[in-house]
Ligand binder design. Sequence first.
Ligand code: ADP
Ligand code: MG
Length: 361
Amino acid sequence: MAAITIDGIVMKFGAHTVLQGLSLQVPDGAFYTLLGPSGCGKTTLLRCIAGFNQPAAGRILFDDDDVTRVSAHHRDIGMVFQDYALFPDKSAFDNIAYGLRARKVSRVETASRVNEALEKVGLLSLAARYPAQMSGGQRQRVALARALVIRPRLLLMDEPLSNLDAKMRLQMRDVILDLVRDSHITTVFVTHDQEEALAMSDRIAIMDRGDIAQLGTPEELYATPVNAYVADFIGSANVIRVPVQPAADATAAGAAPCVRYTLCGQSFDGVAAGARPVGEGLLVARPEDLSLVPSATAASDAIDGVVVRRQYLGFKTAYRIRLRDASEIRVDQHAGGAAHEFRAGETVQVRIPAGSRVVAA
Ligand SMILES: Nc1ncnc2c1ncn2[C@@H]1O[C@H](COP(=O)(O)OP(=O)(O)O)[C@@H](O)[C@H]1O
Ligand SMILES: [Mg+2]
């Protein structure tokens, strides 16, 4: 078990700089996720931690050990890949035993540790099977057991669930979480699936073109995204360009600064997130934070619109509303409340909650 410190890592492939001075700290025993679209550098960063990529600058420490120049082989890491990477000519047992045999662990201890690992991933009865005789989920359990049986300092997982079908993906989330909680191992998990990241992580690092856009708990990222990129990547958000009035009132120290912005000719109070917007900002409003009221309502915190489309989705109804300036906004109304249902073509009012977030454009 170890804490990871990544300090100003620069990683280039030829003239192409993929990581530009990235820093991240993962505390001992924590489950951190790297989340971002394909090509943003998640695998590159994971391979730097593992020692398969040699960064051009920066340092990597496991606790106080500087491992930047230590070979992958000597970093004592368990790794799980999207494509399982099992030895096809070895049984489940021998795949898991491989790392122990390479470390000259005795026969008796190897057998007992492999059996214990097989039992933990629920595969004791399949010990003699070869990878080709197992399902994707079973193979990934073998890969997980193989990574953990050597009792590594860290566990690194690169999109381990991406090749599984939807149901198995959900099951494997629990298998992984049970195992890593059980062993208290520091884990860095890579995914491009935001729901997976939210469900599994202590903290998520949202990556954008080789850097970390925001690091936070799932709740922090969802409730307080620092920019439109993060807001749109975690959950979904309406991102609307709005004029912002100059800061009038200084806010109390520590409190988020207030921003006055204009939407469809009407003035609202929002909260500045991240860098303070000047002149113009982006209003970031989640569909579930907005609500619809009948157009006859005299609401001062609402703007006029027309229902373009209504989609009934069971647990919620998703509306697309055209505003007076011809832009569209999405509004979700959750089932269960006494919410009024609106028809396509109906004129409505969209309520914008006070304190909506406005980020720099
Ligand atoms: N071995 C390599 N040689 C050259 N370019 C690479 C190599 N590995 C990754 N890249 C480039 O680095 C960028 C980030 O890739 P990667 O880390 O695999 O992204 P992700 O895992 O987030 O999808 C991409 O532009 C990719 O083409
Ligand atoms: Mg990748």
